[in-house]
Unconditional design. Structure first.
Length: 451
């Protein structure tokens, strides 16, 4: 029989762990607290021991008797809360759904982040993913992945929370342009490699790679041209606004504005390379990516390289060749698919009178599930429930033509947890007033001593 003293020790360890997790979250980040405490195996083991103790105590103290039923309800509530948490942790999932007006979508960007590996040769490609939290205090991953019966060991080490992009001129390097964005208090360099796409201040820019829906900058006969899906304005010259999709010559040193982004190019394309160096800062700023070193082992062969981690939702892939195999490695969210489509009919934004500040926003949605079509309105503090999926209004696009929804799929975990909390409230209420409970006896004893 497990003694009450052991149960008390477990409670102390549990509460102390929560206090440490709160401190870690404040000093480092939420991901670090999850990796070190909340999602760790030892913390889950402590919670399991607590539940086992609760179940054993039900038998030990004979709580099935009618006189002790309020205490039994309290114990059962903790079991339900624990089971709900286990289901949410290992089965439930959630993510972000972004939709533009008039369009439909059935995929989410997951909230969880994964170590993602693509490995291929001329006739086969395999994808591996591993849910792993990379953070300041949790970054020494070690694991194997196989390709055609060959096992390759991957190790991660040398994590830097913030690294800064430094451009180094090199006549043997690749071709770049520098898109300099301008705000009220500073300007920022954004180096874009030929043939690549990059998110710069919200919109996506491409250089010498035509992609529909992004701001395309390209070379033609030693001149630069720009094509944009949004209205483009030249600020420092007397030009009319350039309409969307219009291709026009890009003038060096002229200041342009697209939506709320102001930018200019200070010179024509040039050769060089990008290096990343760690910077000393205590903040986990989204402005700077993180960096980590990966090492691949196969027999006596070793390949060591660094790859970047974007703190936003964009996945940065590192492509290498190892033993004749093409390997792409990255860290970030994955795509999750819904069994139906969600269409945005209209996004509506209300603002305070005489101000550009939003007062409320809402989305008119359709759920398209085979032959079923259902219309919904969703807004802040409003939830749509459909087939175990819960939709929350989370945000919107800067041009007010798209919506951002938070989606959760955790029917059993959510309902078991809330059932547990409901039972807990009922148990606490009756524990305070029913005869035979320890609280009622203490209350009666205190009343007799006073009077």
């Amino acid at each position: 029989m497990i003694k009450t003293r052991f149960f008390s020790i477990l409670i102390i360890i549990y509460v102390f762990s929560l206090a440490i997790a709160t401190y870690i979250e404040k000093i480092y980040s939420t991901d670090t607290a999850q990796a070190v405490i909340y999602h760790s195996k030892w913390f889950e083991f402590i919670m399991l021991l607590l539940i086992i103790n609760i179940i054993l105590n039900i038998k030990k103290y004979k709580l099935f008797s009618f006189k002790k039923w309020p205490i039994l309800i309290l114990h059962i509530s903790f079991i339900f809360i624990f089971l709900g948490g286990v289901i949410s942790r290992y089965i439930g999932y959630n993510g972000i759904l972004s939709i533009r007006e008039g369009e439909k979508s059935n995929y989410l960007i997951s909230n969880k982040k994964y170590l993602q590996i693509y490995i291929s040769d001329n006739n086969k490609c395999i994808f591996y993913k591993k849910n792993y939290i990379i953070s300041y205090l949790h970054n020494n991953y070690k694991g194997f992945f196989s390709f055609k019966k060959n096992k390759i060991l991957l190790k991660l080490t040398n994590y830097f929370r913030n690294v800064k992009e430094i451009f180094i001129p090199d006549n043997l390097g690749k071709k770049y342009i520098n898109i300099i964005t301008v705000s009220k208090d500073r300007s920022q360099n954004n180096y874009l490699k030929s043939g690549k796409i990059k998110n710069i201040g919200g919109p996506y820019f491409s250089f010498n790679k035509h992609v529909k829906g992004v701001i395309n900058i390209f070379e033609l006969k030693d001149k630069l041209f720009i094509e944009t899906p949004l209205n483009l304005e030249i600020l420092n010259k007397n030009h009319n606004n350039l309409k969307n999709q219009l291709i026009s010559e890009l003038e060096i040193s002229s200041l342009y504005q697209i939506d709320k982004i102001k930018f200019f190019l200070n010179k024509k394309p040039f050769l060089g390379k990008i290096e990343y160096f760690p910077i000393n800062t205590n903040s986990n700023s989204l402005e700077y990516p993180s960096s980590i070193t990966a090492i691949l082992y196969k027999n006596n062969k070793i390949k060591k390289f660094n790859f970047l981690i974007n703190k936003k939702s964009t996945l940065i892939k590192k492509n290498i060749n190892f033993l004749g195999k093409n390997i792409s490695i990255g860290y970030g969210p994955i795509i999750l698919y819904l069994p139906f489509y969600v269409k945005l009919i209209k996004f509506l934004l209300d603002k305070y009178p005489g101000s550009s500040q939003p007062s409320s926003f809402r989305s008119q949605l359709q759920i398209l599930d085979k032959k079923i079509i259902k219309n919904y309105n969703i807004y802040m503090n409003s939830i749509i429930n459909y087939k175990g999926y819960r939709f929350f209004q989370s945000g919107y696009n800067s041009d007010e033509k798209g919506t951002i929804l938070y989606v959760s799929h955790d029917f059993w975990g959510y309902n078991l947890s809330y059932l547990g909390y409901l039972i807990l409230i009922i148990g606490m209420f009756f524990t305070s007033f029913c005869k035979g409970t320890r609280f009622f006896k203490l209350k009666s004893k205190l009343k007799n001593n006073l009077f």
